[in-house]
Design a binder for this molecule. Structure first.
Ligand SMILES: [Zn+2]
Length: 347
């Protein structure tokens, strides 16, 4: 691990009050090169894919001949319990350094190289959601873990070079910023209004009804009133939960259904594999409970129309506020009008 020394650590950002993880030792990570432009349909098995069953990964590890979901520790992790230790005298009060401690896992949804969650049969999607819950259950008992961030980057538009259906999990000794911010803001809202912020958002969305995309007995999917991306979507269980830990089987099924319906509608709307960044927003595993927080799924698709990506630029990157090009009500109406039962690409 000596080669990683000084190139693999966390640094505190004093202007944003958040950690930045540096993993500059990973420059050897597999890169498939520029995405291939091909009209050929993708094969179900790709001998060059490091996620397909039976194939070799970096460090000569061989994937098992898996048939369902396959979860493994990332071979080139961003965070790890093996990250170099950073002595405390390497920090000043202002410039703090710490070890990039944690666990990084890859969750392959399916052995088939050429399917997406949207295309998979619902039964398989539900198995994926059960795997998410099992992971958080196991990690909630793992010492040294404060937060679990499960996220899926889908599509070349968000920089994914390997289309094999998978997501990632970072379990860290710090709490990711968005969850931390939302907890603080929800607590402030409680203090001011004696109400729960998320309950009020759900109530307002249901009362307006203008931005709902999909709904069932247990979950609701909508483009919020305040969406920043054109198709930015929240999917909430209807009952309050701080994390997947307390979501029962029926609720998990409802949540997975609302998600599946939403991503199918997104595919059908543009008649393409619709790219997105999906995050499972959950409360931290430590120093709780967090009764004001509500777990939810958060989809941030980069497209605002076919072939047109919302690039973040001056106002967003430089200023920190979004300038949106579309209205949430219009985008939600588009998706709401689509019948996901007619999804044509099921595999
Ligand atoms: Zn593959």
């Amino acid at each position: 691990m000596n080669t990683a020394e000084g190139k693999w650590e966390k640094r505190w950002h004093p202007l944003r009050e958040e950690w930045v993880v540096y993993a500059a030792h990973r420059n050897t990570r597999p890169w498939h090169g520029a995405p291939k432009v091909s009209s050929q349909p993708m094969p179900e098995y790709d001998p060059a894919c490091y996620l397909c069953p039976g194939n070799k990964r970096v460090n000569d590890k061989i994937n098992p001949a898996y048939s369902g979901i396959f979860i493994f520790e990332n071979d080139l992790p961003v965070v790890s319990f093996n990250a170099p230790r950073v002595p405390s005298n390497h920090s000043t009060t202002l410039y703090r350094r710490a070890s990039a401690t944690g666990i990084a896992r890859v969750i392959c949804y399916d052995p088939r190289h050429n399917v997406t969650l949207a295309q998979m049969k619902f039964e398989k999607v539900l198995q994926v959601f059960k795997a998410f819950r099992q992971e958080i259950e196991a990690l909630s008992k793992t010492p040294g873990i404060s937060y679990v961030h499960i996220f899926e980057n889908k599509g070349q538009a968000v920089g994914v070079s390997n289309p094999h259906p998978h997501c990632q999990l970072y379990a860290t000794d710090f709490v990711f910023k968005y969850a931390e911010d939302q907890i603080r803001i929800a607590e402030k809202y409680r203090h001011r209004h004696q109400r729960n912020l998320y309950d009020d958002i759900l109530q307002q969305e249901q009362a307006d009804g203008l931005r709902i995309i999909a709904e069932n007995n247990h979950a609701i999917s909508f483009i919020p009133f305040f969406a920043r991306y054109a198709y930015e979507t929240f999917i909430f269980p209807k009952k309050p939960h701080q994390s997947l830990l307390s979501v029962d089987d029926a609720e998990l099924e409802g949540l997975a259904k609302a998600f599946h319906e939403t991503v199918r509608k997104m595919d059908m709307n543009f008649q393409t594999d619709f790219p997105y960044v999906m995050s499972i927003m959950q409360a931290p595993l430590v120093n709780g409970p967090y009764p004001e927080f509500r777990m939810h799924l958060w989809l941030q698709p980069p497209y605002r129309q076919p072939g047109l990506i919302k690039y973040l630029a001056g106002p967003e990157i430089g200023g920190g506020n979004f300038m949106a090009d579309t209205m949430p009500e219009d985008k939600a109406a588009e998706l709401r009008a689509i019948n996901a039962n007619h999804y044509p690409f099921e595999k």
